[in-house]
Design a protein around this ligand. Structure first.
Ligand code: PLP
Length: 418
């Protein structure tokens, strides 16, 4: 019989241990109600960038909530939103000129898909086919599940999902297959858009591919007029070593999806950035061409104030240097696992490191996942493996001593499974 009123995300309450009450966060650390400390080595699902309760962000939130907590964003505007939009345009890959706010990574991507379809409809050439890179994860709403890889997560909702053209993941040495498949898909019938997580897939297994392949995929899209949607919900805000992953391929997407680290991971806010041609296709005296999307908290002023503080941190603090230090620490820690026969495929991109534990049955539902999680928590470390893939994606304030704890816990993990 169910014992809980709260229904937690991605949680099988029948078999999982009770959730751990957290009362405080500070830097890379969480504190439990019974005063245990847990190192947040996954940035609380990849949202926290500078650290929990980063002082300038907390101060900006306090200041804003004393002035304006919330206002409808249709027919009204406010300074925090205006400033965030203009700073975002200044920092984003060139060509992106319009910012649409929403509240989560899923809504940022839903908005992107709707913008793409709206664009084609409004210019009188209705294209509806979407292509997506395999092993992608774009969220849990119906549109984003459709674009993401199919599996146990979305099997129950399959009848509601729309078809997308799957482009095989560009595994090392097989990149040309990906490019050929994208080219063939675009030739077969016009594509409205192609969506991909640039350089690394997140929930799809932390699979890394090269900047050259990303640039080629964008080139193919351009050649066929397909809009290129970059889902940087995970990769944005420095995770891959640059502010945005697209920068490493010198790729300017037609639509860019941002969330999570947009507020430094403090409050929920998302932004979908678009090029002028997409905005202008919706700009008309004909009201039926309006971009029909909203949510109650679009551009919430307090969330925008947090985002503005985050953007100011990026302008005034040596964030990329902190990231470079974390990259070096991750590389050294990972190198120590390279010769360990109990692990395979150690890999790193920017601040994100991943390694697979050798287990007879891999995959998301592998029994290894929960056992590993419990082992890490026993060691005071929050890690949430994807099946047998352990990844470490900590906040940028994580120290060498913190990472030692993490990798000590990882090294002892296979024995805990035995
Ligand atoms: N897109 C990517 C690449 C993600 O990693 C995620 C979440 O992990 C999402 C979209 C969905 O974001 P949210 O959980 O904020 O809806």
């Amino acid at each position: 019989m169910a014992r809980t009123t709260l229904w937690h995300p991605f949680t099988q309450h029948a078999v999982e241990p009770d959730p751990i009450p957290i009362v405080r966060g500070e830097g890379a650390w969480l504190e439990t109600r019974d005063r245990r400390r847990i190192l947040d080595a996954i940035s609380s699902w990849w949202v926290v960038t500078h650290g929990h309760r980063y002082a300038p962000i907390v101060a900006a939130i306090h200041e804003q909530i004393d002035r304006l907590d919330q206002v409808i964003f249709a027919g009204f505007t406010h300074d925090p939103a205006e400033k965030v939009a203009s700073k975002l345009i200044g920092r984003a890959p060139c060509g992106l000129a319009h910012v649409f706010f929403s509240d989560s990574g899923s809504t940022a991507v839903e908005v992107a898909l709707k913008m793409a379809l709206g664009y084609w409809r409004n210019i009188g050439e209705p294209r509806t086919r979407i292509a997506a890179l395999d092993h992608g994860y774009h969220g849990d709403t119906v549109g984003t599940m459709s674009a993401g890889s199919r599996g146990v997560f979305n099997a129950a909702y399959e009848p509601l999902l729309f078809d997308v053209v799957r482009i095989p993941f560009p595994y090392a040495g097989r990149e040309q297959e990906t490019l050929d498949a994208l080219e063939a898909a675009a030739r077969e019938a016009p594509l409205a858009a192609f969506i991909a997580e640039p350089l690394i897939t997140g929930a799809g297994g932390m699979l890394i591919y090269g900047a050259g392949t990303l640039a080629e995929m964008k080139r193919i899209c351009e050649g066929h007029g397909a809009l290129f949607i970059a889902d940087e919900v995970m990769t944005g805000w420095g995770r891959t070593g640059t502010l945005f992953a697209c920068e490493q391929a010198r790729v300017a997407p037609d639509i860019l999806c941002l969330a999570k680290g947009l507020t430094g991971g403090s409050l929920p806010l998302a932004a979908t950035l678009a090029t002028p041609r997409i905005f202008e296709a919706h700009y008309s005296e004909d009201r039926s061409r309006t971009f029909f999307h909203s949510s109650s908290y679009t551009a919430n002023p307090v969330c925008c104030a947090a985002a503005l503080a985050n953007l100011t941190i990026w302008e005034t603090e040596p964030v990329l240097e902190r990231i470079a230090t974390l990259e070096r620490l991750q590389e050294e820690s990972l190198a120590a696992l390279a010769d360990d026969p109990r692990f395979m495929n150690p890999r790193r991109l920017g601040t994100i490191a991943a390694v697979d534990v050798k287990v007879p049955d891999g995959g998301y539902l592998a029994a290894a996942g929960p056992a590993l999680r419990a082992h890490f928590l026993d060691r005071g470390v929050l890690l949430r493996p994807l099946g047998n893939t352990i990844y470490v994606m900590p906040p940028y304030c994580t120290t060498a001593a913190d990472l030692h704890l993490v990798y000590d816990a990882i090294r002892s993990a296979p024995d805990a499974l035995a």
